[in-house]
Design a protein around this ligand. Structure first.
Ligand code: UD1
Length: 444
């Protein structure tokens, strides 16, 4: 596992030679957002859990450190993570790591439902918005937990002499991915039935439900807006394969589109990318399932396949980010980079997070013509971008700047790489393999 970045590594930059032409095939890693919640979900069963297709990322390392602090034994070898969940101390989640990784809050549901008590620091805000956890907390309270927040720590316990959480009907005010995951995991070992209405429908929720069902949980409706969980007495530890990362896949498709390069992605689930592919088609590119007779990506098959991006002349379009199956907020920054060199005007509306247009100022440095009005980015396409020194402001913004640098005239120098390393496994290595000229440079 990568260790925490040293001060010198934090000052590293990516130097990118522009006007790149990419070709060949790239292997997409396992989904960060699935792997993180499955690592927390492993707490639900006692024994040896083994996860395959886990990406090698700083966020995964941090989640491993949190589980280790809770008393679990965690070992990563290659893309496999082994977690021995026999011994757990539910009160030991360390503040300094939880505060750096929002996903680490996900341990609260499994700890509470398996051990009857949990003590987890609040994850705090982050660069893209306040990101509260009120929906997680209200869900646990509806299931009979006593949850109080003291000095930045969330304390959750069972009340009224109860030994298990109680099934409940929970309507989410917003289809939050994290809240759906917290409640789903808590409900697997609760007494009775839990119904989550207005649930998130992201593929990562389905992956978590499949993981829990394989452990012995009873869950129906994952992937729709109503999920019903019938609590069981215990769950067993299992071996499981994480789904491919649809956001990493989408990022490479945009890299192909912006550099006008035909590239192939291997091991992706095309239906998970439906909103991204629809927008790439509208922009003027084609995406085909390689080796598929009719080239359709709409098949609901969950079998990983190869996808080919066929570039085209880029034209401006409008995009609004929405919960799945809408257009993913995690692809908004990359598409902003792409549309900045598309012919005509585009309006990009960010509705999921309140502060997720920070990459615009950096794209402007590269010559993009973009105005921000509230949560809208109004883009007037320019013929080309120019390389410049830019600073990544969050994870997906960092990918957007790398992509912009690949297409720009001249050299782009991207700083703030600790954001990139949180969520992209070996992005520069994979781009180099496709023929891009870029290198990580450490300060002397
Ligand atoms: C997850 C993903 C993240 C993605 C996001 C939306 C992980 C580790 N991260 O984040 O990459 O961008 O889904 O697809 O899986 N909200 C509340 N109260 C809550 C919870 C959320 O108001 O209790 C709000 C958030 O502030 C945000 C919106 O709901 O504005 C969406 O958040 P949510 O769906 O929960 O995203 P995360 O699970 O944090």
């Amino acid at each position: 596992m990568p260790t925490s970045a040293t001060k010198r590594e934090l000052q590293a930059v990516l130097e990118i030679d522009g006007r790149a032409s990419l070709q060949g095939e790239v292997k997409i890693s396992g989904a960060k957002n699935s792997a993180l919640v499955l690592m927390a979900g492993a707490i639900l069963g006692s024994g040896d859990c083994r996860l395959h297709n886990v990406p090698n990322l700083v966020d995964i390392t941090r989640m491993g450190q949190i589980l280790t602090a809770l008393g679990l034994k965690v070992r990563q070898h290659g893309d496999t993570v082994d977690i021995d969940t026999r011994n757990i101390n539910p009160t030991k989640a360390p503040y300094d790591i939880v505060s750096q990784l929002r996903a680490s809050f996900f341990v609260i549901g499994p700890l509470l439902t398996r051990l009857g008590t949990a003590r987890v620091p609040l994850p705090g805000g982050c660069a893209i918005g306040a990101r509260p956890v009120d929906l997680h907390v209200r869900g646990l309270q509806a299931m009979g937990a006593n949850v109080r927040i003291e000095s930045g720590i969330v304390h959750a316990n069972l009340t009224g002499g109860k030994r298990r959480l109680q099934g409940a009907n929970i309507y989410l005010d917003y289809p939050s991915v994290g809240a759906t995951e917290t409640i789903l995991m808590a409900a697997t070992l609760a007494e009775g039935e839990t119904k989550i209405e207005n649930a998130a429908q992201e593929p990562e929720i389905v992956d978590l439900a499949n993981f829990c069902c394989q452990m012995g949980a009873k869950i129906k409706g994952a992937g729709t807006n109503t999920i019903i969980i019938s609590g069981v007495d215990r769950l067993k530890a299992i071996e499981y394969n994480v789904i491919p990362d649809r956001i990493e896949a989408g990022t490479f498709l945009v890299a192909g589109a912006i550099t006008k390069s035909e590239i192939t992605l291997s091991s992706v689930i095309p239906s998970h990318l439906a909103p991204v592919i629809a927008k790439l088609n509208e922009i003027g590119c084609k995406v085909e399932v390689a080796n598929d007779n009719n080239g359709s990506y709409l098949s609901q098959s969950l079998k990983p396949q190869r996808l080919r991006l066929i570039p085209g002349e880029l034209r401006g379009i409008d995009i609004e980010t929405l919960p799945y199956p809408g257009f993913p907020t995690d692809m908004q920054a990359q598409f902003t980079a792409l549309l900045s060199i598309a012919e005509g005007n585009s309006v990009i509306s960010e509705t999921v997070f309140e502060n997720r247009l920070n990459h615009v100022a950096e794209l402007q440095r590269m010559g993009a013509n973009i105005r921000v009005k509230g949560n809208h980015a109004l883009v007037s396409g320019v013929p080309f971008l120019s390389g410049a020194p830019v600073m990544a402001t969050d994870l997906r913004a960092s990918a957007a700047l790398v992509i912009a640098g690949l297409a720009a005239n001249g050299k782009t120098v991207v700083g703030g790489l600790h954001h990139l390393d949180r969520g992209y496994e070996n992005l520069e290595g994979k781009l180099q393999q496709l023929g891009a000229k870029l290198r990580r440079v450490l300060p002397d």
